[in-house]
Design a protein around this ligand. Structure first.
Ligand code: ATP
Ligand code: MG
Ligand code: MG
Ligand code: MG
Length: 562
């Protein structure tokens, strides 16, 4: 595809309404476009990444013996009344009426519909086991849609449903899906963990969530150092810092609104001394940058989490004088001030609602954290080192706490839906038995966003090859240079012919802006054609991930990339 003919609305500035890296980058790289809260158009570049994930999911579902079908998004109320969820589901369910006043909902998940399909088509145990899946748009009227595709209202999900005669069969279906999920997320290039999870309102007996590890994750999970226990904290019921403390949250919101409140006013509002507030405070410097100041020796990890959640890009060691100068803190106050986090732009502080806890409150700390020893800023460093309050429920070993993004979820449903909807089969003795079910979801868009969350730098996205919209980007430095244009065109044709997914930047733009876009788009291999190198017969190939460069002839380039 030629960029000169592409729809790729890249943006240099960080969009003001995007709080986390993946959301910012997906907007900036022209992957998605918002049409309403939590509702997006997938633009051509973004759609390709989505399709890549879908393809991986499809291949692994098919490999695991599941069959693809496609159910409707609009579901008649009667089905949901049969299961009882019409009443139970609450306001995430978007309900609507047709012209005859009949009630419907937009499907947030499809247990009812699939159970209806199966009760109408499967009569004998001989037709089992069965695992049916679809990749489809779902609608959930999320109370707080945010982070772009991470938590949309309309989003693409792969949902699969298994049907077995007995629970042993259902267990092995579950096991197969569990393994398929591991393959899927590995193939997507993600760092993840499978954790034990609550079964929530879908119902059922046991479940695992697949969590991508990321500081911006909305879920908290724990894992044991000594055994393979890992769980969502809701399930583990260990004591972790739990919030929210409304006053602190409100105060942070006040601070976050530039020019609205001074530091003193917020301290007064909270009814605490200024120095206490400074521990979790965002200070406005002359340059308009906001800094969070961490006190060395402050063992509260909440402060660090706060900074991370606000999108700190880096942590700097400042000496006392610098911090004092930046913060305007009174002399003698700063003490052994150590770390300061630079915070970029304004962030949505509602992010904090779940996490801001009483840093000064007993039992609301992570224990035993030593900042200087434990805090290395790098991916997840703050979370990797965090310690949960209690020991492992299985072996009493030491638990570590992490933040995670739920990209997939597997459930054992038992007979909840088959009994409610009367989905039975005749067993070998000719007796009717309710089907034993499982359900298995993957957020497709959320998986793309999570991959970006884990794979980016300050210049842009670094797509893992398996889900990259294109594998190679050819940057033609100057389309007006005949020799370069011809060489680039030839290379482009060669790569296309070989089936390489290649994007050709043939735009009449300055090289600097082309390189900026190249970094932003994160296509794994960049091939630069033109300038002095080409005069020397050289084409430059560079890997986006680590910047490694190769200088090759055109023939070598084609040979290598094809
Ligand atoms: P969450 O806890 O994040 O609200 P969930 O537990 O409600 O998710 P499930 O019902 O388990 O979600 O749905 C299966 C998968 O669908 C999830 O694991 C997630 O990857 C994805 N998903 C759920 N809600 C959303 C959403 N609002 N936007 C994007 N993906 C979503
Ligand atoms: Mg949910
Ligand atoms: Mg969940
Ligand atoms: Mg879930």
């Amino acid at each position: 595809m030629r960029l000169s003919q592409y729809l790729l609305p890249t943006v240099k500035e960080t969009p003001a309404d995007a709080e986390i890296a993946s959301h910012q980058l997906m907007l900036r790289a022209g992957m998605i476009r918002r049409i309403a809260a939590g509702i997006y158009t997938y633009l051509p570049f973004g759609l390709r990444a989505v399709r890549k994930v879908e393809q991986i999911v499809r291949e692994e579902m098919d490999r695991a013996g599941a069959l693809e079908l496609l159910m409707p998004m609009v579901i008649p109320a009667e089905l949901w009344q049969e299961s009882g969820r019409w009443q139970q589901y609450g306001r995430e369910l978007l309900r609507l009426k047709d012209r005859k006043d009949a009630e419907f909902c937009l499907g947030p998940t499809h247990e009812e519909v699939i159970t209806d399909v199966v009760r109408g088509t499967v009569k004998s145990y001989r037709q089992l086991p069965l695992n049916l899946y679809q990749i489809q748009g779902k609608f959930r009227d999320e109370i707080r849609p945010r982070f772009g595709l991470m938590r949309g209202r309309e989003f693409i999900m792969k949902d699969a449903y298994s049907f077995d005669l007995d629970s042993a069969g259902a267990d092995s279906a579950y096991e197969r899906m569990y393994l398929a999920y591991q393959r899927i997320f590995k193939r997507c290039g993600l760092q993840f963990r499978a954790v034990e999870a609550d079964t929530g309102n879908i119902g059922g007996s046991s479940s695992h969530e697949f969590m991508v590890l990321a500081a911006s994750g909305e879920d908290a999970i724990v894992s044991c150092d000594s055994c393979d226990y890992a769980a969502n904290v809701e399930k583990a019921q260990v004591r972790l810092p739990a919030g929210p403390r409304p006053a602190a949250t409100q105060a942070l919101e006040l601070v976050a609104t530039p020019g609205r409140k001074t530091v003193e006013e917020v301290a007064a509002f909270l009814g605490i001394e200024l120095w206490r507030l400074v521990k979790t405070l965002l200070l406005q410097t002359d340059s308009g940058e906001r800094l969070a100041v961490l006190l060395r020796g402050d063992h509260s990890l909440n402060t660090i989490k706060l900074c991370r959640l606000l999108g700190c890009q880096q942590v700097q060691l400042l000496d006392e004088a610098e911090v004092q100068q930046l913060s305007g803190a009174p002399a003698g106050f700063a003490g052994p001030l150590g770390l300061a986090c630079r915070i970029i732009a304004d962030r949505e502080l509602s992010l904090l609602a779940d996490f801001v806890v009483g840093a000064n409150q007993a039992d609301h700390h992570y224990r035993g954290v030593n900042l200087e020893r434990d805090l290395q800023i790098g991916e997840f460093a703050d979370l990797r080192q965090a310690q949960a309050g209690d020991g492992c429920p299985r072996c009493a070993g030491h638990l570590q706490a992490w933040r995670g993004i739920e990209v997939g979820h597997v459930f054992k449903l038992g007979t909840k839906y088959s009994e409610a909807l009367g989905a039975t089969v005749l067993n070998a003795e000719g007796r009717e038995e309710p089907l034993v079910m499982g359900c298995y979801g993957i957020g497709i868009g959320r998986t793309v966003a999570s991959a970006i969350e884990q794979n980016h730098d300050e210049n842009g996205i670094i797509f893992p090859m398996p889900i990259a919209p294109y594998q190679v980007l050819i940057v033609l430095l100057n389309p007006k240079e005949d020799a370069a244009r011809e060489a680039a065109q030839q290379l482009y044709d060669q790569l296309l012919q070989a089936g390489v997914e290649v994007l050709f930047d043939d735009r009449d733009e300055r090289p600097g802006s082309k390189f900026k876009d190249a970094d932003l788009l994160g296509i794994p291999m960049r091939v630069t054609v033109g300038g002095r190198s080409l005069k020397e017969g050289v084409i430059e190939v560079q890997a986006r991930a680590d910047g490694q460069q190769w200088r090759l002839t055109q023939a070598e380039t084609a040979d290598w990339l094809c």
